[in-house]
Design a protein around this ligand. Structure first.
Ligand code: DQA
Length: 143
């Protein structure tokens, strides 16, 4: 589970868009969901593009089956993060807390969506749990 920039501020940050759950709340629920399904979940938040890129590169050798990513503002800016996911060829699900399509025009374009297995946006923190539920199902029945 990769969380992009400023998501460490969840709980404080613009709750009208992002809700009141903290990143720890979200990660805790995801860890419980993963443990109940018998899968290992590694969660990382970074404000640095290079840290996220390096973690994606590490998927090449660490047995990662799938990535759930909220690229946050990098969604709309980062060719480098897109290229990392494309280069490693790891399947990924893109998640946004807010409905980016109902917000400013610059949030309507994503550098990730056309490569993603699927995209969830606008469902708040529940979107992460839905993405993980899909990942669990997919891992049990590989395509
Ligand atoms: C976000 C939407 C982005 O536009 C924004 O820059 C974020 C969070 C979301 O989860 O709704 O930081 O990815």
């Amino acid at each position: 589970m990769l969380h992009g920039p400023n998501l460490n501020l969840l709980g404080l940050r613009e709750p009208q868009h992002y809700g009141r759950d903290t990143l720890d709340d979200i990660n805790r629920r995801l860890q419980e969901q993963a443990a109940a399904a018998g899968i290992e979940l590694d969660a990382l938040q970074s404000n640095a593009e290079s840290v996220l890129i390096d973690r994606i590169h590490a998927c090449l050798g660490d047995g990662t089956d799938l990535v759930i990513i909220n690229p946050a503002a990098f969604t709309h800016t980062s060719v480098a993060l897109r290229d990392a996911l494309a280069g490693v060829k790891v399947p990924f699900i893109e998640v946004h807390l807010s409905n980016v399509h109902a917000r400013e025009a610059f949030r309507h374009h994503s550098y990730f969506s056309d490569l993603a297995v699927g995209v969830i946006c606008g469902l708040g923190a529940h979107g992460y749990e839905l993405a993980l539920a899909h990942a669990i199902k997919r891992l049990a029945q590989p395509a």
